[in-house]
Design a protein. Structure first.
Length: 232
């Protein structure tokens, strides 16, 4: 809720429902996901979101430190007793159940895998990113990562160490990793509102193929829908 560029963004409405509602709705439709947890912080600015989540029947965990992602993920695992977690950021209302299901299927095929993701090779749009991690990996990081940077960038720390962790890579049939479909700025929110106004139907999920076609039908695609080039 404390976003500087778009304050309160996760509770802003899309087609009459909060951004975070759409994420939860999509996660609940994925076979194999038994529980949805909102992992946030104890900051007062998150009280509204936490109260909303509790009213929706979600498990809510609140860590005292904003940037301690290792601790926050460990709290979520402890609250559920799950053997693995699918981590979705709260600015991704287009999280696609079919993409998540594909990631889970890949993960389950290898009993030795510590996790799976579609971020090692970015062939999916940003906003459809998934990160799957075993509970043992999250617990190990919570116990052993000591610097503030490592605890904040826990998942990146894991992915950057293939010698220690076996992470499977989910890749799309075509490379569409240049798209940005997160909600981070007012321009992002305006585009997302347009997408949901055009495609959302209660009780039905629209996925990336429908979003792709919708964007292609416009006379032009807003610049915010693309990632900024990485400078050399």
């Amino acid at each position: 809720m404390g976003s500087v560029r778009l304050p309160g963004k996760v509770m802003r409405p899309l087609a009459g429902r909060p951004v975070v509602w759409h994420i939860c709705d999509r996660l609940r439709r994925v076979d194999g996901i038994s529980q949805v947890v909102l992992a946030t912080t104890a900051a007062a600015e998150n009280d509204e979101m936490a109260a909303w989540a509790a009213g929706e029947g979600l498990t809510v965990v609140r860590h005292p430190l904003e940037d301690d992602i290792a601790g926050r993920l460990a709290m979520a695992m402890d609250a559920t007793g799950a053997d693995a977690m699918v981590k979705i950021n709260a600015d991704c209302p287009l999280a696609d159940p079919e993409v998540i299901a594909s990631g889970l299927a890949l993960f389950r095929r290898d009993a030795k895998a510590d996790g799976a993701t579609n971020k090692l090779k970015a062939t999916y749009p940003l906003g459809l990113s998934i990160e799957i991690l075993r509970s043992e990996v999250i617990g190990w990081c919570d116990r052993n990562l000591t610097t503030a940077q490592d605890r904040e960038l826990t998942v990146k720390w894991i992915f950057d160490r293939p010698d220690r962790f076996w992470i499977l890579s989910l890749e799309a049939d075509r490379n569409e990793g240049s798209f940005n479909l997160t909600v981070d700025t007012p321009a992002d929110y305006a585009l997302m509102s347009e997408i949901f106004d055009g495609l959302f139907v209660a009780g039905r999920i629209f996925g990336w193929p429908e979003v792709r076609d919708y964007l292609a039908s416009r006379t032009s695609i807003p610049a915010c829908a693309y990632l900024e080039p990485v400078s050399a």
